[in-house]
Design a protein around this ligand. Structure first.
Ligand SMILES: Cc1ncc(COP(=O)(O)O)c(C=O)c1O
Length: 394
């Protein structure tokens, strides 16, 4: 992480992680689907009210498992934002599908539901909304478009564990949803994820695909006397040692969230009038959404000012980062969707920066970040640069 005094993320322990990991090993079952995997899954199922949650080795794997589960085939089309992580697209592209990039709303940076209907064709198999920063997409409208066209909804909920949209948990709207427990998220186990299966008819096959195409889950429950190869599949199970780490984190969810809410609220309260004065956009949380306090971002008035702010914070020993190179502008994206145009995505991506945000960010370090932001004085340089660029164009 270089010479930063205040890093961007600093994952840590919140409870009994080390004890539970030792316990998982000493129980003599450190492979997948052991005691801690079951405990995590049951906790998530109970809280979300979903018929099945299956831990996976990452959100990426959960997305790949979903693409198998939905029988995504070459030439199928999948609608998704360009403003997302590469795995949202890659999971479907791996099965030969064509990603169709749909632009986002400028306020929440979530899929713009007004653009969905015109993007749907007879080849569309799924819509994959991404709840950016754990703030819910417009699920009422997205689900209604999907239903009208008989298309599946898969929620990429990497950022939004236990967030809500109109009082209902994110991850419980689509037939499936995927979670991430990567070290950059709120609740972590290094690398990890989960597939939330909301459609009971999909549960049994999801278990089989996740267990290398075998009916081992049925065998483990004593429903068959041996397990065998019944379908395609792969190895999507995490070790029970990682599940033990994750269970300790899930147990301390309220503690984690209280810390993160305080940090998020401080950034927001302390930056609101500064942001207004300088035309900087802060996160917008619709009043019918309960967010996850996953990240804090600012959208600067121009790309030059965003880059200058990142450099300015770096000179103060503070690490701030940009987020998501738009997929439609990437090398693969241009090849797969050469005509995609997502102007809101392009602008947000070029002007957005994320501030240091982790459970143990101290009050004094956060106050140093805030002071450094207020010291930023390149506003005039940018006006001069913009004016000279305009002159050159003329
Ligand atoms: C929206 C989104 N989806 C999927 C992923 C992939 O998650 P994982 O690292 O658990 O595979 C990320 C990673 O940050 C993400 O931001």
């Amino acid at each position: 992480m270089g010479d930063y005094r205040i890093v961007f993320n600093n994952p840590g322990l919140v409870g009994h992680e080390l004890t539970y990991m030792a316990d998982a090993i000493l129980r003599g079952h450190s492979a997948g689907n052991g005691t801690y995997t079951r405990r995590c899954q049951e906790l998530l199922e109970r809280k979300l009210g979903s018929p099945k949650v299956l831990l996976t080795t990452s959100c990426t794997d959960a997305l790949e498992l979903t693409a198998l589960l939905l029988d995504i085939k070459p030439d199928d089309e999948v609608l998704l934002p360009s403003f997302t992580f590469v795995s949202t697209a890659n999971a479907f592209v791996l099965r030969g599908a064509r990603p169709v990039f749909v632009d986002i709303r400028p306020d929440t940076l979530n899929l713009d539901p007004d653009l969905l209907s015109s993007a749907i064709t007879s080849k569309t198999k799924a819509i994959v909304p991404v709840h950016y920063a754990g703030v819910g997409c417009e699920m009422d409208r997205i689900c209604s478009v999907a239903q009208n066209h008989s298309v599946a909804v898969v929620e990429d909920n990497a950022h939004g564990l236990f967030s809500r949209y109109r009082n209902k948990f994110l991850g419980t709207f689509g037939c499936c949803a995927t979670q991430s427990f990567h070290e950059s998220k709120n609740v972590i186990c290094g690398e990890g994820g989960a597939l939330v299966v909301n459609e009971p008819a999909l549960v049994e096959r999801a278990e089989i695909l996740r267990q290398k195409g075998t009916d081992r889950s049925r065998f483990d429950r004593g429903q068959v006397d041996k397990y065998t190869w019944v379908d395609v599949g792969s190895s999507f199970l995490p070790s029970d040692i990682l599940a033990a780490f994750l269970f300790a984190q899930l147990e301390r969810y309220e503690y984690i969230q209280a810390k993160r809410k305080k940090i998020w609220d401080t950034y927001f309260d302390q930056l609101s009038s500064w942001a207004e004065e300088h035309q900087v956009q802060l996160p917008y949380i619709p009043d019918y959404c309960e967010q996850s306090y996953h990240m804090f971002y600012m959208i600067m008035p121009s790309a030059a000012l965003r880059d200058a702010m990142i450099q300015h914070l770096k000179r103060s020993g503070i690490m701030a980062v940009f987020h998501y190179v738009p997929l439609h502008e990437s090398q693969m994206g241009r090849r797969l969707a050469p005509n995609a145009s997502c102007p809101v995505t392009s602008r947000a991506s070029s002007c957005l920066l994320r501030l240091p945000f982790y459970n143990d960010l101290s009050e004094s370090d956060q106050s140093e970040v805030l002071k450094a932001i207020r010291r930023f004085d390149a506003w005039k340089d940018d006006q001069a640069r913009t004016a000279s660029a305009a002159t050159m164009v003329q």
